[in-house]
Design a protein around this ligand. Structure first.
Ligand code: ARG
Length: 462
């Protein structure tokens, strides 16, 4: 006989094809501990409302605890004809407590308010796990930045040499987006915490005098849903979580791309640790940045999960529709993806070795000090338009002769413009250029050191 929760008005069980389509235990089983926590809170409000005696409540809570222990130990598992995790756990409870007592728990709740609440609880827990892993990556970037303070490298725009920057500055530029992702996770959590749907019932709320705010508090929420229809129908919390997950993936993919390029022979900026790189089955010399490539690849999957969810939600009428069961697999996949990706990625970055002499050597190449000439002229009261032209003329002169900017003689500089006195040489060095960019946020070493402290302080708030 079927364990379905809705047999009363039906002449027979569901067709096999329907059961196969409708079934979700193969993916929603991970919600089981959250379902049982919800049931315990629900039993307590039924008791408060006089719908369970003291003795009933004691037995009910003990039965639920036993069921939880069995679930966690793998002694209780979904049966072939259990429609979903909620159905299976009700069957488990009835087995343990008998139909007379076990059958009382379902009063005043629906799988619609149940699943919306449990899903929030599950995502809040995993949001915290992911935040911890993101924080590890932030700390790892900060540690690498601190270890390499003072090392210059070519800063790029359009992937072309632009201006010299400190390697630490570049590394911290990857940490700040992750700090914002941590902020997003915290904002998301506070919003979700204030909206526990338990007590919304199927959509209209409960007539049994149950206290939704009590349940909310029991389950670690700060408040219950202000609108029972919204409580059961809304899934923006899922989409928003999937967005943050996708954004974390995209942020990692931008770091990943640099690691991939930096590890090439042509760049030679970094060497990957053996434990965090892979070889080739045919080419014995290969050392491949697979972690970075998987990060880049998995960011596509995280984006797909988000867009798939939004497409599922689009234009669904209020309140619950079975379409909403499609909300779980994509975001479970996002959770699993980040929880497996982040530790590997952090290990890769922690063990990355930088070829600092190569970074320093390339920092001033590609005429990356041309802006410094222009800005030096501005400090001598030359209008920037003119200064830009003159610095450009210096570059052109160098290109013609195949030399660098600092190779121009005093005479050659004077021919380009009398304003280009020998004092301009003070900015024609990487250290001079970097030291001159000393406003807040700039790449001067003193500012980067402050930035590092600021970043660590921000990280400590998470
Ligand atoms: N398993 C469903 C889901 O995840 C919850 C069940 C609600 N089903 C229903 N027919 N009202 O969305």
């Amino acid at each position: 006989q079927s364990s379905a929760l809705w047999g009363g008005r039906f002449g027979g069980g569901p067709a096999d094809a329907l059961a196969a389509l409708s079934k979700s235990t193969h993916f929603d089983w991970r919600l089981a501990p959250y379902d049982i926590a919800g049931s315990k809170a629900h039993a307590k409000v039924l008791h408060q409302a006089g719908l369970l005696t003291d003795d009933d409540l004691t037995k009910m809570l003990a039965g639920l605890d036993e069921l939880l222990a069995d679930v966690l130990a793998g002694r209780f598992v979904a049966a072939e004809d259990d429609e979903d995790v909620h159905t299976a756990l009700e069957r488990g409870l009835l087995d343990r407590l008998g139909a007379e007592l076990g059958g009382r728990l379902r009063a005043g709740r629906s799988r619609n308010d149940q699943v919306a609440t449990l899903f929030k609880s599950y995502l809040r827990d995993h949001g915290r796990i992911i935040a911890r892993l993101v924080l590890d990556q932030v700390t790892t970037l900060a540690d690498q930045a601190e270890r390499h303070l003072g090392v210059a490298m070519p800063g790029r725009t359009h992937l072309q040499h632009a201006q010299p920057v400190l390697l630490s500055h570049q590394l911290l530029a990857h940490a700040w987006p992750l700090i914002r992702d941590l902020d997003r996770l915290a904002d998301w959590d506070a919003r979700v915490a204030a909206d526990s749907p338990y007590g919304s019932g199927a959509l209209a709320g409960s007539s049994l005098g149950l206290d939704p705010q009590f349940v909310a508090t029991e389950l670690g929420f700060t408040d219950s849903s202000p609108n029972s229809i919204d409580g059961t129908a809304a899934r923006d919390f899922v989409a928003e979580f999937a967005f943050v997950a996708a954004q974390i993936g995209v942020d990692l993919s931008r770091q990943a791309e640099e690691v991939i390029i930096w590890a090439t022979k042509e760049f030679g900026f970094v060497e990957l640790d053996d434990a965090y790189s892979t070889g080739s089955s045919i080419m014995p010399q290969k050392k491949n940045p697979d972690i970075a490539e998987l990060a880049r690849g998995k960011s596509g999957r995280l984006i797909g999960n988000l867009t798939g969810l939004l497409a599922t939600l689009k234009a669904q009428p209020l309140a619950y529709n079975r379409d909403l069961q499609e909300d779980k697999e994509p975001v479970f996949d996002s959770v699993d993806t980040l929880e497996v990706l982040l530790p590997a990625f952090t290990g890769m970055v922690r063990t990355l070795r930088f070829n600092t002499s190569r970074l320093e050597e390339l920092a001033p190449q590609g005429f990356s000090l041309a802006t410094d000439i222009a800005e030096w002229l501005v400090r001598q009261q030359v209008p920037f338009r003119v200064a830009h032209e003159l610095a450009g003329a210096c570059v052109q002169a160098c290109e013609k002769r195949g030399i660098e900017l600092w190779d121009l003689t005093d005479e050659e500089l004077a021919v380009i413009s009398p304003s280009l006195t020998p004092e301009v040489r003070s900015v024609l060095s990487v250290q001079g250029s970097i030291a001159s960019r000393n406003a807040r946020g700039g790449t001067a070493q003193a500012r980067v050191t402050e930035q590092l402290t600021e970043l660590r302080t921000r990280a400590a708030t998470h």
